[in-house]
Design a protein around this ligand. Structure first.
Ligand SMILES: NC(=O)c1ccc[n+]([C@@H]2O[C@H](COP(=O)([O-])OP(=O)(O)OC[C@H]3O[C@@H](n4cnc5c(N)ncnc54)[C@H](O)[C@@H]3O)[C@@H](O)[C@H]2O)c1
Length: 439
């Protein structure tokens, strides 16, 4: 099938384009910004090589060619958060107007971007209003994307399921053909339900994270052991283990944005969603309570150095959008504290943070002579750090481990003041039963 991806060098658009090319389709990745292509060799070498070796993908910034030369047009442009938490659909609207104006015969237009319920219906109107030839037939289809950053290629090529929202039998046939060689169940529904699946999934995942952060808070206050609690919960098959680690809260480009968008369009439909509003509120408390703790323990701001390890919103990606680490730095930036940062892949931040923090060359340089070490991202190299070496390098021995990567007992025994998430300063050993004896 001949396919164009509008937004084809974006995070989702590129992986979608290359993934479909590897599955044998002829793909045009169209994007207004082709500069990102220079970095492609580094970020997706395997997938890119396979797609280009088989001559199955081309890149262009010419939307007219992309539209005219394809049967199916997939739109994967950004749908960022607007000032009031609503979804800014301006990139999508512009893309739809341009696609409509260059359409010369029947096209299936697939919306891959995450969009509020009802957007496919709106897209139909936009296309109709902008067609150069009013009689050209078309269908609009919803096909949300569920890939996770850090695992995106695998998630796209081997998805748990493919969700498709169609309103005509013809577009259903086209979508079945598009994904014919994928080994995954396909859920075919109407466009509104399909749009809603994406929001329901992200709202649920965010809820799990806020839920466990709340359990962590109470565990800490009553001296219960969060590690034991997690194992006790995760082995329950009804609960499972994903998205159930206490930490600095959810970040990244999607969870908070999609939750806010859901709350906004639910409000317009007279649904107040008190639970999901609380999930968002709880998330905001995480970085605030970490910052308050650090400031309280350091007491005096002058001549203090903080070492922050990890800037990306999670391990496995260089994405700092809505990263808890960035939110922490924004709060610390207003103090007199010297802040040294290190991340294995993030080597710069946007202003004003860029000139407020010191980017260290190594983990050691970051930690040396610091008064407080804060772990913000769970990169494997941080997990393997030797606590004794860290102890010898620091001036004052305070560790704030927001990812619970170190063993609290080991840190305490070495003389650290150790603060994890959901871990009390001292757990009552008389009542704690070693977990290996339980399982
Ligand atoms: N990033 C993720 O992990 C993820 C996962 C699932 C779903 N999503 C959703 O997918 C969508 C895209 O997200 P992303 O992270 O890939 O965004 P992105 O910003 O990385 O990519 C969007 C791309 O669209 C291009 N673009 C914008 N307007 C255009 C136009 N008129 N013509 C051509 N190109 C245009 C931009 O240049 C950019 O390259 C969003 O709706 C997002 O919520 C993202």
């Amino acid at each position: 099938m001949k396919i164009s991806i509008i937004g084809g060098t974006g995070y989702v658009g590129l992986i979608t384009g290359l993934g479909l090319a590897v599955h044998g389709h002829d793909v045009i990745c169209m994007d207004g910004d082709l500069k990102k292509l220079n970095k492609l060799e580094e970020s997706l070498p395997g997938l890119l090589k396979e797609a280009t070796d088989r001559d199955k993908v081309v890149f262009t910034n010419n939307i007219k060619t992309a539209v005219r030369e394809s049967d199916l047009i997939m739109i994967a442009v950004g749908t960022p958060e607007s000032q009031n938490g609503d979804t800014d659909l301006s990139q999508l609207i512009l893309a739809l107007e341009l696609v409509a104006c260059y359409m010369n015969n029947y096209k299936t237009i697939v919306i891959k971007s995450t969009v509020p319920v009802g957007t496919c219906a709106m897209a139909r109107m936009i296309i109709k209003d902008n067609l150069n030839h009013p009689m050209i037939p078309f269908d609009v289809v919803s096909n949300p994307e569920f890939l996770r950053e850090g695992n995106a290629v695998r998630d796209f090529l081997k998805p748990d399921r493919i969700v498709v929202g169609v309103d005509t039998p013809k577009s259903e046939v086209v979508m079945k053909e598009l994904y014919r060689s994928f080994d995954a169940p396909m859920i075919i529904t109407d466009t509104k339900s399909s749009e809603m699946v994406k929001y329901a999934c992200n709202a649920y995942l965010a809820t799990r994270i806020s839920f466990i952060n709340e359990i962590a808070e109470i565990s800490e206050k009553v001296n219960a052991d969060i590690h034991a609690i997690l194992q006790g919960m995760k082995l329950d098959k009804r609960i499972g283990s994903h998205y159930l680690n206490p930490g600095p809260g959810f970040g990244g480009p999607c969870l908070a944005k999609d939750l806010k968008s859901l709350i906004c369009f639910a409000g317009k439909a007279n649904a107040s969603l008190p639970l999901l509003k609380a999930v968002l509120e709880r998330n905001g408390l995480q970085v605030k309570s970490i910052t308050d703790y650090v400031m309280n323990e350091l007491k005096d701001e002058s001549n203090k150095k903080i070492a922050v390890l990890g800037l990306s919103f999670k391990a496995g990606t260089s994405d700092t959008r809505n990263s808890p680490a960035v939110h922490l730095l924004e709060k610390l930036a207003d103090t007199k504290i010297t802040i040294h940062v290190y991340d294995p892949v993030v080597k710069s931040l946007k202003e004003p943070l860029k000139s407020r923090v010191v980017f260290s060359e190594s983990i050691e340089d970051t930690i040396r002579d610091s008064d407080c070490l804060i772990i913000m991202t769970e990169w494997p190299e941080f997990k393997n750090l030797d606590l004794k070496t860290i102890y010898n390098m620091m001036k004052t021995h305070l560790i704030v481990d927001t990812r619970n990567i170190f063993a609290p007992d080991k840190a305490h025994n070495l003389g650290f003041q150790y603060k994890g998430i959901g871990i009390a300063d001292s757990i009552d050993k008389n009542i704690s039963v070693p977990l290996k004896n339980i399982i």
